[in-house]
Design a protein around this ligand. Structure first.
Ligand SMILES: Cc1cc2nc3c(=O)[nH]c(=O)nc-3n(C[C@H](O)[C@H](O)[C@H](O)COP(=O)(O)O)c2cc1C
Length: 238
């Protein structure tokens, strides 16, 4: 936190920024800082629709993200009609069921899980399925570098998703990621008739919040950061 605020002060004071530009930058820095601090995953929503003009603003924020080689490998399938959300929820639920039956899990637990998965998707006012299209990335003759390119596409798409989550928060909406599509990309593609090359990564459920987030804690910086050139590095490794 202290680091981020320090960085913002530096940017606000950069050469050439006149007083009004400076205060605009400081205002938007404060808003961004607040959005980063306040955003939480919201998993339950009020039923009202999200206007398509708002959806377009969320997508515009997403695609301002940086991407490897600026290839913009992200792809988005927007679902705001009941029938489409239900089709996806059904298909993913049945895939979840067959995976868990194959795992030998308890039938009641499977039923409960499938019901929860269905309602998370079908009851969200807005669902955005996030995919990558790897065709825009570089290709190499070896698997090692192709894997790196694939990861770059995934990293770029994750950055777009974070932009979208922050934009949703600043529109007064709640949102949550569901990683389930990563386990059944073919099911998602077939249910929504997506282009064959779109690889589903995750889906986002979005809407007006019907409750608070869980207030999940974060690890302290000291636990996860090594200052390689400082004394802390020595301490962290000892
Ligand atoms: C890649 C990724 C996948 C996630 N998948 C799920 C998911 O399948 N279901 C879910 O309820 N939350 C999911 N989340 C949300 C996390 O649980 C949540 O971000 C984390 O617990 C921190 O809470 P917060 O977002 O409220 O700060 C996912 C988050 C990320 C980044």
């Amino acid at each position: 936190m202290a680091l981020r605020r320090g960085a913002n002060r530096h940017r606000s004071g950069c050469a050439g920024a006149g007083p009004s530009r400076q205060s605009n930058v400081m205002n938007s820095d404060r808003k961004l800082s607040a959005a980063i601090d306040e955003r939480q995953s919201i998993r339950r929503f009020r039923p009202q629709r999200v206007a398509r003009t708002v959806v377009k603003r969320l997508l515009a924020a997403a695609i301002r993200a940086p991407s490897a080689h600026n290839r913009q490998p992200w792809r988005f399938a927007v679902l705001d009609e009941e029938a489409t959300k239900q089709r996806l929820a059904n298909a993913m639920g049945e895939r979840l069921r067959s995976d868990r039956i194959a795992d030998g899990d308890d039938a009641n637990a499977i039923d409960a899980d499938v019901r929860r998965s269905y309602s998370r998707i079908a009851d969200a006012p807005l669902v955005i399925v996030v995919c990558i299209d790897a065709r825009v990335m570089d290709r190499y003759p070896d698997a090692r570098r192709n894997q790196a390119e694939h990861l770059m596409a995934v990293q770029s798409t994750a950055m777009a998703v974070q932009n979208l989550l922050l934009a949703a928060h600043s529109e007064g909406l709640g949102a949550c990621i569901m990683c389930a599509p990563l386990f059944c990309p073919d099911t998602v593609r077939d249910a929504l008739d997506l282009p064959r090359e779109w690889q589903a990564q995750m889906l986002l459920t979005i809407g007006a919040a019907a409750g608070d987030g869980k207030g999940r804690p974060r690890r302290a910086a000291e636990e996860i950061v090594i200052w390689v050139s400082g004394e802390d590095a020595v301490r962290a490794r000892s």
